[in-house]
Design a binder for this molecule. Structure first.
Ligand code: MG
Length: 134
């Protein structure tokens, strides 16, 4: 295990995305940057993952449109269950009310899809490092 990886301890990013291509790209980019990442495919899986790994989830990237439980509902439930770390919405619609609705659901920030490498790492820098300094 290298230095950067051990620096996060058990900490990890939870990626919640039902689209296989987006999920694979984003999880690979994060792993390439030595950030342990768990990828789940809908809001229900995200809630289950959080139940089992409460302390280790440092930050969440959350798709909005997903089957079973969508990103808004998953965020509301995560907040109800005590998750107080950053949740970043991922939206494909720059000009919709997604951003307002995601903020109302309890998300901290948003990123546009398709997610670019530079924007992804800007979000990690902005929110994960803030979390680690606490
Ligand atoms: Mg989706």
């Amino acid at each position: 295990m290298d230095k950067e990886k051990s620096e996060l301890g058990n900490g990890r990013i939870l990626l919640v995305e039902d689209d296989f291509i987006n999920g694979r790209i984003i999880s690979r980019l994060l792993e390439m940057d030595k950030i342990p990442t768990d990828w789940v495919k809908n809001g229900k899986e995200a809630l289950d993952f959080y139940e089992k790994n409460k302390e280790s989830v440092l930050m969440v990237f959350m798709d909005l449109q997903m089957p079973i439980i969508d990103g808004y509902q998953a965020t509301v439930e995560l907040r109800k269950n005590g998750f107080d770390r950053p949740i970043i919405a991922m939206t494909a619609n720059a000009f919709s009310d997604d951003q307002v609705k995601s903020a109302e659901a309890g998300m901290d920030d948003f990123i546009l899809k398709p997610v670019s490498k530079i924007e992804l790492f800007m979000m990690v820098e902005k929110w994960l490092n803030k979390e680690r300094r606490k």
